[in-house]
Write a protein that binds this ligand. Structure first.
Ligand SMILES: [Zn+2]
Length: 212
């Protein structure tokens, strides 16, 4: 009886926080074999707008995607900030961190050399998470993802994989990979490294302009 009451209070608390989550829809929280606690957040991703369903409660559309890992569970779960808090056993700390992270990953309107430097320095960390990022499927059936103001589109041709890069701001074509990759993962990583090289180029041209 006491336990039930606690659950209801929890739900009310969640409702107040993000305005969703009914007591009926509990998603994976009620599925046996999925640990409820003891998860760790390995990365937070900003999709720009709410785009996918939280894989834990399976009811909320989320913009900030928490990549959750657990030693007793083989997959990475993509969840929202509220569910991440419960999975980590510490909602209050998670919510505070959530706000802080959202501030940090909010993109500045114009790139400064400091911001570029910060991005380039952290690229290797993001690269480790790259393959478990949320890739979306276009109307044509191609996988795509946003990265640092660019859109990467993966295409498959004759059993091999290749990628295209477009500028998201003006929707213009930037780069078409001439290499064909034997696996999807290799194409994804090559695309990632290409964006890194674009960022380095931009940073270098900014610092050259400054010197002149
Ligand atoms: Zn959720």
């Amino acid at each position: 009886m006491t336990r039930k009451l606690t659950n209801i209070q929890e739900d009310v608390k969640i409702n107040k926080h993000e305005g969703y989550y009914s007591t009926k829809k509990r998603g994976k929280r009620s599925v046996a074999g999925i640990p409820h606690k003891g998860w760790k957040c390995s990365y937070v991703e900003d999709l720009g707008e709410p785009m996918i369903k939280c894989q834990m409660c399976e009811s909320n559309m989320i913009r900030y995607v928490y990549h959750m890992t657990h030693e007793d569970f083989p997959e990475v779960l993509h969840v929202g900030g509220v569910c991440a808090g419960y999975m980590e056993d510490d909602p209050e700390t998670a919510w505070r961190r959530d706000r802080e992270l959202k501030r940090q990953i909010a993109r500045p309107k114009r790139w400064t050399s400091q911001y570029l430097e910060f991005m380039i320095k952290n690229r290797h960390l993001l690269r480790e998470q790259w393959l478990s990022m949320v890739w979306r499927t276009s109307e044509k059936g191609n996988l795509y993802i946003s990265d640092s103001g660019y859109r990467i589109i993966i295409q498959q041709r004759f059993g091999r994989w290749t990628f295209i890069v477009a500028d998201e701001q003006n929707d213009s074509f930037v780069y078409n990979s001439k290499n064909k990759f034997p696996t999807l993962d290799e194409a994804k990583l090559a695309a990632y490294d290409h964006i890194t090289s674009i960022l380095i180029e931009i940073r270098d041209s900014i610092s050259k302009l400054r010197k002149n």
